[in-house]
Ligand binder design. Structure first.
Ligand code: PLP
Length: 405
């Protein structure tokens, strides 16, 4: 048997392992150093009591003859899809129905799997820097082309983000079939405004493209007027898929649950030029290759839509946002240029002397005993930056930042 050669084209995913290796090496040589981890993109606060209680009840239920649950409905349980449609969309004036929602085991799987339903020759546009899953899954699927010396792939359209455009992807002059947008962004923490999203929806209509809108961090948006859903934009129902997750908002990184919205009105064309419903295609894909998130976890996620659940999301995100604000303010005071960190747990930081990302990593580690993620790991345009996260305790965040004085 021969392997999928596209896997060999991919460089070793060395970013996080290299961070861990350098960290271990430094700690080995400096056992007294109290290194504070601000590199990891994982949350730290525990699961809310209303969620654990709901899961306990579900556990007891499946142990009874009448309460047993086997394979669930293919798009996810109605109780959860109804709650999402009502609380995340209808109550915010957005027209999305329960039958347009697909429950998943998290956003990462769906972001990687959506490519299954696109034509092999589709051109994918991604923000640079961006969440590495978009590029790596595009390459695995054979849509990357060849990699150049700077690490860019020949068939991918890069939406270059930099200080000049405030790290917000702009509509390109080239054609793309699929545009992946992430707002609030990982890694830069920046958000797209209503006007910017309107331009993207216009672009998608004009180019007959679709937008994959990754809003894993929507619950962090605090600035009034910043959209939390792409469907707040007129016309988006016809051009956009929205991918969401309970991971960063409710601590579900280990429990695993998210959802993807594929509107009934979202059409694409087949080889004969006829309209095809993407919702139908995605349902076909999911019912063939996926058997759902567990009943117990879906009951846990449902509890997030109670008043207690909503309050827990608000409290968790407030907590991480306050950490991000502390990081943002302290780094600024210390003379760094910063982006993000106000509608996002991520703070995106440029060195004071134009150092490259790994030199900054070294400086942060050796001078302040803070570990960070080098921005160059998120794309060529990330060079010269680092990412710090607010996913830590308040105590550690304050302690780390006090070292900058
Ligand atoms: C963490 C993250 C996700 C996915 O998280 P899951 O745990 O798989 O739901 C998706 N997109 C971005 C940008 C993320 O940072």
């Amino acid at each position: 048997m021969k392997i999928n050669d596209n896997f060999e084209k991919l460089p070793e995913s060395y970013l996080f392992s290299e961070v861990a290796r350098r960290l271990a090496e430094y700690r080995g040589g400096h056992p007294e150093a109290d290194v504070i981890r601000m590199d990891i993109g994982d949350v730290t606060l525990p699961i809310a009591p209303c969620v654990t209680e709901a899961m306990h009840r579900a556990v007891d239920e499946v142990g009874t003859a009448v309460g047993f649950h086997g394979y669930g409905p293919e798009q996810g349980y109605g109780f959860l899809r109804e709650a999402i449609a009502e609380e995340d969309y209808k109550k915010r004036g957005i027209d999305i129905g329960a039958d347009e929602i697909f429950i998943s085991d998290g956003a990462k799987s769906d972001l990687g799997n959506l490519g299954d339903i696109f034509s092999q020759d589709s051109i994918i546009a991604v923000a640079d820097p961006g969440y590495p899953v978009y590029v790596d899954t595009t390459v695995m699927a054979g849509r990357g082309g060849e990699r150049d010396a700077s690490g860019k792939w020949s068939k991918i359209v890069y939406l270059e983000c930099n200080a000049a455009n405030g790290f917000r992807p702009e509509v390109p002059t080239e054609h793309a079939d699929v545009v992946i947008l992430c707002s609030p962004s990982n890694p830069t923490g920046t958000v797209l405004s209503r006007e910017e999203l309107e331009k993207w929806v216009e672009y998608a209509i004009r180019e007959k493209a679709i937008i994959i809108y990754d809003s894993a961090y929507e619950a962090y948006v605090r600035t009034p007027g910043i959209p939390r859903s792409i469907y707040e934009i007129d016309g988006a129902r016809n051009v956009a898929v929205e991918v969401r997750s309970f991971s960063k908002t409710a601590g579900f990184t280990g429990l695993r649950c998210g959802y993807t919205v594929v509107p009934a009105s979202l059409m694409a064309t087949d080889g004969k030029g006829s309209d095809v419903s993407l919702r139908k295609l995605w349902n076909r894909r999911q019912s063939t290759k996926f058997n759902g998130a567990s009943y117990i976890v879906q009951r846990g996620a449902e509890a997030l839509y109670t008043p207690e659940g909503q309050e827990s999301i608000r409290n968790n995100t407030d907590y991480y946002l306050e950490n991000a604000k502390i990081i943002r303010d302290s780094m600024k005071k210390a003379g760094f240029t910063v982006f993000g960190g106000s509608d996002s747990p991520y703070v995106w930081i440029k060195g004071r002397n134009g150092e490259d990302s790994w030199s900054l990593f070294k400086e942060m580690l050796e001078k302040y005993h803070i570990s960070c993620t080098p921005g160059s790991g998120f794309g060529a345009e990330g060079e010269g930056y680092i990412r710090l996260t607010g996913f830590n305790s308040r105590e550690n965040t304050l302690k780390a930042m006090s070292r900058l004085k």
